[in-house]
Design a protein around this ligand. Structure first.
Ligand code: ADP
Ligand code: ASP
Ligand code: MG
Length: 454
């Protein structure tokens, strides 16, 4: 069985829905489809929530009317069977009326719980899954929406390993219920209840992760992520025109790239697939014949040493100097414990004899962290930084690679703040000013990927 996930652009228009139908129908084995909301809908839902909190009822109403019109329009242009169309439209109307009432209550309360936010966010994927199930059934491929919004019991307190293993099992059961009726499940890429809330625990792009959990739970033969590019490229093709497709990548390198900003796949999505030994492919909905990128658990003797270069903006650097000016025993442990206590993940760490620098993306609890570390250290903060990451399988086999990287950046007039070399065997990661981040990617791409040097 295959698990096939279609992203926002793939679901975004009548034409793209047609492409999705062709891809689904061209595979004759068992499959589970997982979908994102239509492109832009998740952003719209967040904006409508903010409008409700700000008391702007007419803006909310307008936004919801447009959302209903967009879905109904796509459905009526894609579904010819009258009954399927009427049922689909009735579902859209019910769901958006429910959302409208919900947002009104939030406006009156003036506050938003994590649970309420979950309920609102889920609407995007609930609508798109129902739409695709209708479109596929109409096209002669019997399908059924699988709504995962309330699939997980609320008893879980932490989104930890046990939670996700339990979640995979629940998804497997739900999928089997539908496949036993000889229908293809079209699952919402949204799943609840995730302790801590979907946006904080998993983050945007969560439907990749949902698809990976389903693939792991059902022990699928493969997970396909269908998107708007023909795989993972050597850099973001929106920024680097000469970026090239990578045919094969190790799961480790793919996870590293995703983590450091290549948003083509959600960074966590690789892990459930690795655990369950499910191979992953990234494919292009609009060019289905392109090979795409295969992510395997082990890629022996990779053809390319350098894989890709990426950046992640909006990073804050925290410099922590020990008052004793020496890395006395326990100082590092203390620092990491404080960041862990305030649930603030650290990305890049570099140490010298007298200080430690770490980068964080989430600086919402930085004040508490500073307060707790101040008695033992002197702290300074640098905002508006970016992490640049060069990933390569066997990157350190190329001698002097770090020197080449820094010389290239030096020639481009970009200064480097913090280097984390060798934290993993497959990347070189460093921090630059946010304003230099795109230029750093461009010059490194040119150096390592555009001259046939790989
Ligand atoms: P979807 O809605 O299908 O999930 P996303 O927008 O989340 O799609 O991800 C696809 C986008 O990821 C591409 O359009 C591309 O601009 C971006 N991207 C960033 N870095 C890379 C990379 N290294 N390779 C491919 N795509 C990348
Ligand atoms: N629609 C959601 C988002 O925009 C989930 C996804 O696309 O994966 O983040
Ligand atoms: Mg995505």
């Amino acid at each position: 069985m295959l698990v096939r996930k279609f992203g926002g652009t793939s679901m975004g228009s009548v034409e793209s829905l047609n492409d999705v139908v062709k891809i689904v129908k061209s595979f004759h084995g068992k499959q589970v489809i997982v979908v994102s909301a239509m492109s832009g809908v998740t952003d719209t839902l967040l904006a409508a929530t903010n409008a409700a909190l700000a008391g702007k009822r007419s803006k909310v109403k307008k936004t919801l009317a447009a959302m209903l019109a967009r879905h109904s329009d796509a459905a009526s242009k894609s579904i010819s069977d009258k009954k399927i169309l009427a049922d689909t439209n009735a579902y859209f109307e019910r769901t958006i009326a429910g959302l409208s009432g919900f947002l009104k209550a939030i406006q009156e309360l003036g506050e938003l719980s994590i649970r309420s936010k979950n309920t609102i966010m889920a609407v995007g994927e609930r609508l798109s899954a129902r739409m695709l199930a209708g479109v596929l059934s109409d096209a002669g491929h019997p399908s059924e929406q699988l709504d995962l919004e309330k699939a997980i019991p609320q008893k879980f307190k932490k989104a930890d390993h046990d939670f996700y293993v339990a979640t995979e099992k629940i998804f497997d059961k739900k999928v089997k219920k539908i496949t036993s009726r000889k229908k293809t499940p079209v699952a919402t890429g949204y799943f609840g209840w995730v302790p801590g809330g979907m946006l904080d625990s998993v983050g945007r792009g969560y439907s990749d992760y949902c698809a990976a959990l389903i693939a792991a739970g059902t022990k699928a033969d493969g997970l396909e992520i269908w998107t708007d590019v023909s795989g993972i490229l050597t850099a973001d093709p929106r920024k680097i025109k000469k970026a090239k497709i990578i045919n094969k990548i190790s799961s480790e390198a793919a996870a590293e790239l995703a983590h450091f900003g290549a948003k083509v796949i959600h960074p966590q999505s690789i892990h459930p697939a690795i655990r369950a030994k499910v191979p992953v492919w990234i494919k292009n909905t609009f060019r289905p014949r392109d090979r795409g990128t295969a992510i395997f658990h082990e890629v022996k003797n990779p053809a390319q040493i350098m894989t890709s270069v990426t950046n992640k903006k909006g990073v804050t650097v925290v410099n922590i100097a020990s008052f004793r000016m020496l890395m006395q025993y326990g100082f590092l442990a203390k620092i990491f414990n404080v960041f862990a206590k305030y649930e603030t993940p650290i990305d890049v760490v570099s140490t010298s004899e007298v200080s430690v620098s770490v980068t964080v993306e989430d600086n919402s609890r930085l004040n508490e962290i500073i307060q707790e570390l101040s008695p033992v250290s002197k702290i300074s903060i640098q905002a508006k930084k970016a992490i640049v990451c060069l990933v390569g399988m066997g990157i350190y086999k190329r001698r002097g690679v770090a020197g080449e990287v820094f010389a290239t950046l030096g020639r481009a007039g970009i200064s480097i703040d913090q280097i984390s070399q060798g934290a993993s065997e497959i990347n070189i990661t460093f921090v630059v000013d946010e304003k230099d981040a795109d230029k750093a990617v461009a010059v490194l791409h040119k150096k390592f990927f555009e001259n046939g040097q790989r």
